[in-house]
Design a protein around this ligand. Sequence first.
Ligand SMILES: NC(=O)c1ccc[n+]([C@@H]2O[C@H](COP(=O)([O-])OP(=O)(O)OC[C@H]3O[C@@H](n4cnc5c(N)ncnc54)[C@H](O)[C@@H]3O)[C@@H](O)[C@H]2O)c1
Length: 303
Amino acid sequence: MSAKPRIAVIGAGLMGHGITQVFALAGHEVTIHDTVMASLDSAKSRILANLKDLGDDVTAVERVQPCHDLDEAVREADYVVEAVPEDLAPKQKLFAEIEQKVRPDTILASNTSVIPITKIMAGLKDRSRALGTHWWNPPYLVPLVEVIGTEWTAQRAIDWTIALHKAAGKMPVHVKKDVPGFVGNRLQHALWREAISLVEHGICDAETVDTVIKTSFGRRLAVLGPLENADLVGTDLTLAIHKTVLPAIESRAGPSPYLEKLVADGRLGFKSGEGFRQWSAAEQTALRAKVLQHLKNARAQDS
Ligand SMILES: NC(=O)c1ccc[n+]([C@@H]2O[C@H](COP(=O)([O-])OP(=O)(O)OC[C@H]3O[C@@H](n4cnc5c(N)ncnc54)[C@H](O)[C@@H]3O)[C@@H](O)[C@H]2O)c1
């Protein structure tokens, strides 16, 4: 493999163009492919706008090569990462095509949010080089990348992928078992399940749930994880709390009927102007800007 591995990113949407940006900024030559021309053709201008906004080296965009042809995108690649929509069958089909076009030592990765990598890669002839890399949005501001191996993935593929992401300035972690949602989305959606349940059962309204989190343990979360916190207060106190609280909190296996009804009623959140709460266009813009600024401040603090 080359000293600076050549990267191919498949899917130029929200995640794909951001992942491309990170690798290009780290000095890699990156090909990017999308089946929708408008998405592919706008990828470089979206990356350039991000680089300018962040004060990063704008010449990085020159290392990005959009390819209308999948074959051209992956042929020379040392590493291919897929960021097409979250749907199992098209991802399986795509990897079957990619496997025929790449070199035997090219590492293949999926950026799926929650689908087990085992399912996506099951049909490949060589599954030892296939794994998951779960990035977070926006890829150029959120440090974490979960690297997920299956029972077939070679340790050297995992080690190589972790080193690749570390060298690109990311915070890769190794997820040892391929479970739905990996680590981050399991934790995140355990919290969302209880948040929705509190509203469903009239314990408080949606705004209160968010206020409680943002003004209490949310303040500490970026520097104090739950297990650090458990050690800090004592595992004995944590045990005592769990004996009282765990039997009372939400444990249903499927989605909340409250959430099902929101969706059935067309209350889809920002896209329909109402979800758990109502959202004017100005409120949506303000919240997006607030999150972006918060993440930029965190990146500035990190560096
Ligand atoms: N959005 C997030 O916050 C987030 C975070 C982590 C992981 N993910 C995961 O990343 C993946 C991509 O998500 P996204 O938000 O970027 O989606 P997106 O809809 O913004 O982008 C997907 C892109 O893939 C293209 N595409 C579809 N089929 C294709 C094909 N066969 N070949 C090439 N391109 C194709 C589409 O035209 C589109 O441009 C999903 O699996 C998603 O679950 C998303």
